[in-house]
Design a protein around this ligand. Structure first.
Ligand code: CA
Length: 235
């Protein structure tokens, strides 16, 4: 199956280099140079992955990601120019699947692209399996319930507003209850980062989850920190 990648980059030479290298890998590639064209192209192509620059004419990459997140499940790999954008990129606001800080090497970019596409394939396979096996499966931990069919989490009967990555992280914890999970393992499985990534991403999402599911997020009893670099879900 040929995977489709949309490149959104306004700098012509970088756009061309990205397109050239991704086509060489066998992907179907389309490239645009501004935010509005990005929306139009994404809706038409339904790409598997979007390489999205932040500073763009018309509409910036943050806004493009926010709009497309609601419409499609394409992986979003953002290109940032500044370190201070990273928290917004991986955070609640945008929820990109991964990011690269400019300048980056093509080798690095290809590795990230492959990791995201592989993660997407695995996710679709798992979804297919769980839909067949258990159409209405719910995982319950005392007053916390995760409805896998509706991708909905309730606490004491109230539906929690979780962002997609918070949901995936909680589900991952729930499926590995009582196991100590290193940050690297969580990054690899939930974010698809098969390299030594920035483990701050995990910590930030754990902090947000704790604020939503713990009685007192300062003294967590559900997602506990394990000395030596990881977390354990206690239920
Ligand atoms: Ca730019």
């Amino acid at each position: 199956m040929t995977e489709t990648i949309l490149i959104v980059e306004d700098e012509p030479s970088l756009q061309e280099t990205l397109a050239y290298n991704l086509k060489k890998e066998g992907y179907v590639v389309e490239a645009v140079g501004d935010g509005r064209s990005a929306l139009e192209a994404a809706r038409r192509l339904k790409p598997d992955l979007i390489v999205l620059d932040i500073m763009l004419p018309e509409m910036d990459g943050f806004e493009v990601a926010r709009v497309l997140r609601k419409e499609m499940s394409a992986a979003i790999l953002m290109l940032t120019a500044r370190d201070d954008e990273i928290d917004r990129v991986v955070g609640l606001e945008v929820g990109a699947d991964d990011y690269l800080t400019k300048p980056f090497s093509m080798r690095e970019l290809l590795a990230r692209v492959k990791a995201q596409l592989r993660r997407g394939r695995l996710l679709r396979e798992e979804l297919g399996k769980s839909n067949e096996a258990a159409p209405h499966e719910t995982l319950t931990f005392e007053n916390l319930s995760i409805n896998l069919t509706r991708r909905e989490v309730t606490l004491g009967g109230e539906v929690l507003a979780l962002k997609p990555k918070e949901y995936e992280l909680l589900l991952f914890f729930a499926e590995h209850k009582s196991h100590m999970l290193s940050r690297e393992f969580v990054l690899e499985r939930v974010w698809g980062w098969d390299y030594v990534g920035d483990s701050r991403t995990v910590d930030v999402h754990v902090r947000w989850l704790r604020q939503k599911i713990e009685k007192d997020s300062a003294i967590p009893t559900r997602i506990v920190t394990v000395r030596g670099g990881g977390y354990r879900f206690e239920g």
